[in-house]
Ligand binder design. Sequence first.
Ligand code: S3P
Length: 173
Amino acid sequence: MKSNIVLIGFMATGKSTVGRKLAQNLDMDFLEMDEMIEKKAGKSIPKIFKEDGEIRFRELEMSVCKDLSNSKNSVISAGGGVVLNKLNIDYLKISSKIILLEATADEIYERAIKEGKETRPLIDKPNPRKEINDLLEFRKPFYEAASQYQVQTDDKVTSEIVDEIINLLKINE
Ligand code: S3P
């Protein structure tokens, strides 16, 4: 059984797409943290934010990180805000290597708008571009502190990013 690989990074940096492909290539399971939170809550993320508030969402997120500290052999796509609570990272580090997917604010904005801002409550506001800039600037040091490896994703296709991660893991085995 291999230790988990957790992909962290700002929303719309490709964690799910890359994670799914990485899991396939390494013959590991794929887990989506946001889906695990939705399952626990019995409702979608926009609904959790709207009906129960962000604090409740963060509680559920922490509880999922705790559950994951007992898992193995999975590639996990983490929600963009997982780094804000050090306890989340402490739980994840028990069972996982943590890799940061980075992208510029321009790229994130384009991808997030294409995917639909209403799926992401934190940027579902009148000026999503400003929300992205502000959040990204605030969170950058948290992403860097939480990750063991960093991968730049701008102008790369999924398979290139996956290969880069596999090489990084091989070199550091
Ligand atoms: C969040 C990112 C989302 C989701 C929630 C909060 C954040 O996940 O967990 O809307 O705080 O950045 P993705 O990074 O998968 O969009």
